[in-house]
Design a protein around this ligand. Structure first.
Ligand code: KIV
Length: 285
């Protein structure tokens, strides 16, 4: 048995081994240095610099407006903090769909400039995934509800609710595995369908709103910490940091208004000798 918790660094090939050895994969998103450092310190296997950045950090209504430059900027902060986990850069809308050469070049930038160890693409882009993998770029696939297709899907919907959709998901899952993806994110997929796909693939499935039978789970950090206002049903809020932060800011405001801040410990004094000299200067004026 591999001691996955003590691997010095997690690479793409470790993910299938985790599945084979029943080691559940834990993953969250991060967008900056301090949170990435926390996640890595806790020992998550995968840190996704998600394009959910657009919604939870930039306050946009969807992920569609996020640019590759923005993703590279944030991924750079994250990869600067992470020593062990796999850092995956979520390729944003239209950075990989229009043309395969451009997509490959952009994926290369994610590794070279963003410092990522892999990229994620939404949808069954089988030939593209194969080309990326052949060119040394590990790929995390993403099927089910793919948020960059918000307009095409008609919102954030559950995908795989009828047999023909479920069959399509299964064949796409087998195809991304065959193309070389190291793992597959399944988003908002009925649990029975996710369970079947998980059973048929040898690469791990990482679920978000896809039930307990996936090989791992991923959520958006801001959602589990109560820092985003729209919380989908599949999210568990582990801590309401919104309330904690509000309380801290209100206390600060009250302290400043009452004159309780800054207190003795929060400012600096001249040393005795300089105080005397300063008195003289004051008097001379
Ligand atoms: O953008 C994102 O954060 C994601 C995950 C939630 C899977 O794609």
């Amino acid at each position: 048995m591999t001691d996955f918790d003590n691997l010095p660094k997690i690479f793409n090939h470790h993910f299938s081994a985790m599945k084979a050895e029943n080691h559940p994969i834990t993953a969250l998103t991060a967008y900056d240095y301090p949170t990435a450092e926390l996640l890595d310190g806790v020992g998550l296997e995968l840190i996704l610099v998600g394009d959910s950045l657009g919604m939870v950090v930039q306050g946009k209504p969807t992920t569609i407006g996020v640019t590759l430059e923005e993703m590279l900027y944030h991924c750079n902060m994250v990869s600067g903090a992470v020593k062990r986990a796999m850092v995956c850069l979520d390729m944003p809308f239209m950075s990989y769909q229009a043309n395969q050469d451009e997509a490959l070049y952009n994926a290369g930038r994610c590794l070279a400039e963003g410092g990522a160890g892999s990229v994620k693409v939404e949808g069954a882009h089988i030939d593209l995934i194969r080309r990326m993998v052949e060119n040394g770029i590990p790929v995390l696939a993403h099927l089910g509800c793919t948020p960059q297709s918000y307009h095409q899907l008609g919102g954030y919907t559950i995908v795989g609710k009828d047999v023909s959709q479920a069959k399509q998901l299964l064949s796409d899952g087998l195809a991304v595995e065959e193309a070389g993806a190291y793992a597959l994110v399944l988003e908002c997929v009925p649990t029975e369908v996710a369970q079947t796909i998980t059973g048929k693939l040898s690469i791990p499935t990482i679920g978000i709103g896809a039930g307990p039978h996936c090989d791992g789970q991923i959520l958006v950090l801001h959602d589990i910490l109560g820092l985003y206002h729209k919380i989908p049903r599949h999210v568990k809020v582990y801590k309401d940091l919104n309330a904690v932060i509000r309380r801290a800011i209100s206390e600060y405001k009250q302290d400043v208004r009452r004159g309780d801040f800054p207190g003795e410990d929060n400012y600096y004094r001249l040393d005795k000798a300089t105080q005397k000299a300063w008195q003289k200067v004051k008097k001379a004026k």
